[in-house]
Design a protein around this ligand. Structure first.
Ligand code: SF4
Length: 347
């Protein structure tokens, strides 16, 4: 990477960044509702077979992912990946934080190539981070855990942060992230915490969207249980609550204001369980309050976005054999409202 003279916009030196995040390819076994063929090969297969989703502007249209936008399959030559591996030995010496996302990194041979390199070239100041859906098959997961154990023994690295993408609880979590095995995912969360007891932590990435909030408190209860059970000398369990902006029909901002009670209950629960090590932290509460304020602010063009909500999930149920009304009984009134808007526009 080159450093620039910002006045003359001329490169003045070659420097290596200390923080690097990579997405080697789009191989993924899930097709989460808010994802796309760019990041998930399973999404790619679906739209190749069934076409775009019939929202007001066709969504995840396979035509869009052609030419330069076509994700390069793992088995094909990939000049970007090859350039990365040429750079890697030089980059590695200056790295402090390296994060692998996806796709699903546990399915990617490049992840294990990085691990092999780190095992052969210990770097005691390195923070190694991997984001996963924790839903790959057992053989692959056991291989992965074996590697992480070896990386965290001794002084190979400074710290390993495991990011796990999970938005809410049970069947609703499985609906949002199609292909997720919820029970398997949470049993692996505990396996990870127990099997890798040193130099590691786990962070839930909870994408805040209009489907995860009705049962979010259950996930927070589970996080509290994990902190009380497994945090001893340093915090083992973290979570982050980034907002979903797109697709816009899955944003919290299209919900009626009555849904704010879901987040208000979460905030109350967190406030009742404040504790630096074994409870919630004040800045976590503040972030949830900011998420709530953003949700209440609302958005424009709500009618069209609600119509798209119905069009997308109605098609989702048809293609994938899911059932929105059975999975989200608390949202029946909202569903019917979106359905009515969508159907009445066609009449
Ligand atoms: S696990 Fe990640 S990459 Fe795979 S479909 Fe879900 S969001 Fe996309």
């Amino acid at each position: 990477m080159q450093s620039f003279d910002v006045i003359a916009l001329k490169p003045i030196a070659d420097i290596n960044p200390s923080y690097v995040e990579v997405n080697f390819n789009n191989a993924c076994n899930l097709k989460c509702s808010y994802c796309s063929p760019q990041f998930s090969s399973t999404w790619h297969q679906e739209v190749e077979k069934h076409g775009a989703y019939p929202t007001s502007k066709p969504h995840n249209d396979p035509e869009h992912f052609q030419g330069e936008r076509r994700p390069i399959p793992n088995k094909d030559p990939n000049p970007w990946r090859e350039a990365f591996w040429r750079w890697w030995p030089d980059l590695y010496k200056d790295l402090k934080h390296f994060r692998m996302t996806g796709g699903e990194p546990l399915m990617d041979p490049n992840t294990y190539r990085v691990f092999d390199y780190v095992l052969e070239n210990a770097k005691p100041d390195l923070h190694l981070n991997v984001t996963s859906n924790f839903s790959v098959d057992d053989k692959l997961f056991n291989k992965y855990i074996g590697y992480v154990k070896r990386l965290c023994e001794g002084e190979q690295i400074e710290h390993f942060m495991q990011f796990v993408s999970l938005d809410t609880w049970g069947k609703q979590a499985e609906y949002i992230r199609y292909g997720l095995d919820f029970e398997k995912c949470i049993s692996r969360v505990e396996q990870f915490i127990k099997d890798v007891p040193y130099r590691s932590s786990l962070t839930f990435i909870i994408t805040m969207n209009n489907l995860n909030i009705v049962n979010l408190k259950k996930l927070l209860e589970y996080i509290l249980y994990l902190r009380k059970t497994y945090t001893k000398t340093y915090q083992r369990v973290w979570f982050d609550t980034p907002l979903l902006y797109t697709p816009e029909w899955q944003s919290m901002q299209i919900l009626p204001n009555s849904y704010s009670i879901c987040l208000e209950e979460c905030i109350e629960y967190m406030n009742n369980n404040l504790d630096e090590m074994h409870g919630f932290k004040d800045y976590e509460v503040l972030k949830m309050q900011r998420d709530l304020a953003w949700m209440i602010k609302g958005t424009d063009d709500v009618e069209r976005k609600r119509e798209d909500f119905y069009k997308f999930f109605n098609e989702h149920d048809r293609r994938r054999g899911t059932n929105f009304e059975e999975t989200f009984p608390q949202m029946r009134e909202f569903w019917n409202d979106c359905k009515y808007r969508s159907i009445s526009r066609r009449l």
